[in-house]
Design a protein around this ligand. Sequence first.
Ligand code: FAD
Ligand code: NDP
Length: 405
Amino acid sequence: MKRDAFWRVERQRFLSQPAIHPIPISMNRCPNISSLLRKARHFIGLATTATATATAAATLSTSTPSKSAASAMDDLKTLKTRLCIIGSGPAAHTAAIYAARAELKPILFEGWMANDIAPGGQLTTTSDVENFPGFPEGILGMELTDRFRAQSARFGTEIFTETVTKVDFSSSPFQVFTDAKTVLADAVIVSTGAVAKRLNFPGSGEGPNGFWNRGISACAVCDGAAPIFRNRPLVVIGGGDSAMEEANFLTKYGSRVYIIHRRDSFRASKIMQSRALSNPKIEVVWNSVVMEAYGDGERGVLGGLKVKNVVSGEVSDLKVSGLFFAIGHEPATKFLDGQLELDSDGYVVTKPGTTQTSVRGVFAAGDVQDKKYRQAVTAAGTGCMAALDAEHYLQEIGSQQGKSD
Ligand code: FAD
Ligand code: NDP
């Protein structure tokens, strides 16, 4: 069996194991499976460099487990390109598909467990994606990301499984650094995504004693419709717009939705607050924090929470089947080291209606510049915009095929 096919079968086997995934919920059943598989694939030497092939498969190039000194030296090299794309989610790959079809020969750094997320991005941590057009039956997040990657590779994107550690946007060509390479690029697209923040208390994590993905999630829009939440009491933690929006959204499925907030007032906009507060299915638990999550015994999923009132100190029991964190996201922008303008939450600022950042020739797409919509299809949409913006920019500065490479 070909190695690539072998891993696909292994992944499928993991995902369908009842011992690991006891319930058929429509959320990330085991977020680290994809990560582990990609990691394992890396360790046996398959994932060092993925070069574009003419085939549709996202086949990773093969190298031997112990590299020769010569090939190790070869990795420490400088490459030139017209366009470098950083990231590997729907934004990065859509940008790559457009750019590669425009014959820009993009180089894409997909990251190596950057921010603990496998190449492919946030969708690798979920199971069924049911709202991406073109898949009426839904599609596994991992399979969708494999397809994105295959399509990028098919048109000639050169993909490296390396994390960008540093950039220098002070002069053109821009410099993009990984531990093994320096890329000189006439234009850059930053599409490194964002990670939903989570709280850490007993029972909140993964593994046998935790209920992450067995009732606990950080994305109501993605997971709220799962059968385990239907007609059951649910909780949202947070007091911002996301918490209001998610609580309202969850009232479509849950019997009751509690918003647990650590203070006595929301920071959410007035309109979002009043929508939530006037919803008869929503109840606010003010001045409170979750101390612990416990199971329901029979089903091995979330059964309830120990909740502490931070004013009185009283600890009470709240029986719920779902808990959704809505305490903000963290965009992956640290490696930019202040070279692009960021907003107060750390998101890349783009000129409205475009993907242009504060540095001419550097573009941003996907969740790294979007704190409102944060969906695969919107990330893909801005990825397309970034490629078109980059193409126009390259034409303007007279960057031509062959000039830089
Ligand atoms: P991401 O998907 O965040 O990918 C960014 C990638 O860049 C990551 O792989 C990261 O490791 C890599 N990276 C970061 N820093 C670097 C670096 N320095 N160098 C190289 N690489 C780097 N949306 C939907 O539309 N439908 C759904 O059903 C859905 N379900 C979801 C379920 C879960 C559990 C989660 C967490 C999200 C879900 N979303 C869903 C949201 C969707 O996944 C995101 O909106 C989308 O993936 C954002 O895409 P992106 O391209 O901006 O970046
Ligand atoms: P915010 O940062 O606005 O809110 C996060 C909330 O989580 C705050 O209420 C905060 O509490 C709470 N929180 C943070 N850390 C903890 C913790 N450790 N324990 C308990 N609670 C915690 O994030 P959002 O995702 O809600 O919003 C991000 C941005 O996106 C905002 O600008 C928002 O306006 C925008 N947005 C807009 C939407 C819309 O217009 N439809 C929808 C969603 C988001 P505290 O208040 O005490 O700090």
